[in-house]
Design a protein around this ligand. Structure first.
Ligand code: NAD
Length: 440
């Protein structure tokens, strides 16, 4: 496959609908790394290694040296928001990074001014939008396409990717207009309210063959119409919802408990957060979208139907409460009721004082770089190998998601090896002992 990958030449434009806490932390972080002020901690593409060949070969290059991903110096950021604050102002408002750090990269942030958003108040009632496009949904999609073309020309970009870092939209399910590309396009013309704002950006991107990543739990490209459009235009897509904080911990811990055949009878998770994301999620309709995204992981990993003695009575509850004093510093508590040998009960308590956007920014960076790689490697449609980064991975219809983070990592690494024509690693390892026997 190696010979099919186009080189990462020229500039990569990363366009972001939603220049809020995650996006501004990403952009400021990349600027700080480029200036040598900080390290890109948490980013596999920048700091991770990958083993190649046998353990005895001792080949462990950095991922960024192994696969041809874009260099940070070749990235240009842009985006849209319902507020007109430039990225420096938005980052100050988000209060994730301290002022002294932001001032060191101010020049690079001030120049990024959001384009007007494609927005519908019904999808995020707690926002008071002041910087929005007007027109029917069809017209909005045309305007977004024009924005992309203008950005690409102005910044002399070779390639573009879109990554949604906008607010979580209200909960909605697919309906007839999401079933086929034709029905979807007719619904755009009809300005059908069942098309959410995120779908307008995604449609515009896919129509132009531009990769789309969904960092929120919104349905967006997880619909038959947009999956079909991605295939028709040979475009890779990935989603949904950045896997940070509590769900990250869940997908690290639950596989370990399942691996040891320990029972779980209850998992109560509660969070407080005070950023704008928390404000939007304070509306029950928006919370429902997040809840569905977060709930799936435990059942997928523990598989109660296959292990009823261990997980058949599992009670899983998730709460998110808006609490302004904590800002972006989300605090989460987990109470996990487990049982062991002969059914004896035990408890695990987790109190994670995390920083939401600090965990999300490197994920957004990796997803943008890898989806650009996928496009250059002529991979199109759903990129399940990127599920490592996602809370509610999009898969082919009828295919159960894999939520175990260790299996997700193996899938990601093997995909990279496959792309580069290296042997896949199964971790079987019998060959080391076979060789020893042969030489006796
Ligand atoms: N922070 C995390 O760790 C994390 C983890 C997983 C998922 N997410 C998701 O990522 C998204 C961004 O999170 P955040 O903390 O940056 O939130 P945020 O509220 O700080 O930023 C979201 C931004 O999107 C803008 N927006 C809303 N609708 C828009 C539209 N139609 N077009 C353009 N802009 C629009 C808002 O004005 C806001 O500035 C949310 O959906 C959140 O649920 C965040």
């Amino acid at each position: 496959m190696k010979s099919n990958i186009q080189p990462a030449k020229g500039k990569l434009g990363i366009l972001i609908p939603g220049l809020g806490a995650v996006a501004t932390t990403l952009i400021a972080g990349v600027e700080a790394v480029k200036k040598g002020i900080s390290q890109p901690v948490g980013s596999l593409t920048q700091m991770g290694n990958i083993r190649l060949g046998k353990r005895t070969e001792n080949r462990n290059p950095k991922i960024k040296e192994f696969v041809p991903i874009a260099d940070l110096n070749d990235i240009v950021f842009g985006g849209w928001d319902v507020y007109s604050d430039n990225v420096y102002e938005a980052a100050m408002h988000a209060k994730v990074l301290e002022e002294s750090l932001l001032n060191k990269v101010k020049d690079g942030l001030e120049v990024i001014v959001p384009m007007k958003a494609a927005f519908d108040q019904n999808y995020a009632k707690n926002l008071t939008a002041t910087h929005v496009k007007t027109g029917t949904r069809y017209e909005l999609a045309q305007q977004v396409m024009q924005d992309i073309k203008d950005f690409k020309a102005k910044n002399d970009c070779d390639r573009i990717v879109l990554i949604w870092c906008g607010s979580t939209e209200i909960y909605y399910e697919t309906s007839a207009i999401h079933e086929t590309v034709e029905a979807f396009e007719q619904a755009l013309v009809d300005d059908d309210k069942l098309i959410s704002p995120s779908m307008i950006y995604a449609y515009a991107a896919l129509k132009m063959g531009i990769p789309y990543v969904n960092g929120a739990p919104n349905l967006t490209v997880d619909t038959p119409a947009l999956v079909e459009l991605a295939k028709r235009t040979n475009t890779p897509i990935a989603g949904k919802d950045f896997k940070t904080g509590q769900t990250l911990m869940k997908t690290i811990l639950a596989p370990g408990l399942a691996a040891r055949s320990l029972g779980v009878s209850g998992w109560f998770s509660t969070n407080i957060l005070g950023n704008r994301d928390g404000l939007v999620l304070d509306d029950p309709d928006n919370f429902k979208t997040k809840e569905v995204s977060k709930l799936g992981v435990l059942e997928d990993i523990l598989q109660p139907e296959r292990n009823p003695e261990l997980y058949g009575d599992l009670y899983h509850k998730i709460r998110i409460n808006y609490y302004p004093p904590h800002g972006d510093n989300k605090e989460s508590w987990d109470n996990i009721d487990i049982f062991g040998w002969l059914g004896y009960k035990m408890q695990i308590k987790i109190n994670f004082l995390c920083r939401d956007s600090i965990l999300a920014a490197p994920i957004a960076l990796d997803l943008a770089l890898f989806i650009d790689l996928a496009k250059r490697a002529e991979m199109s449609g759903i990129q399940e190998w990127l599920s490592f980064y996602l809370k509610s991975p999009q898969t082919a219809p009828g295919l159960p998601a894999e939520n175990d983070i260790f299996k997700q990592l193996m899938k990601l690494q093997n995909t990279l090896r496959h792309m580069m024509g290296e042997d896949l690693i199964t971790h079987l390892g019998l060959d080391y002992y076979q060789e020893l026997v042969d030489t006796l």
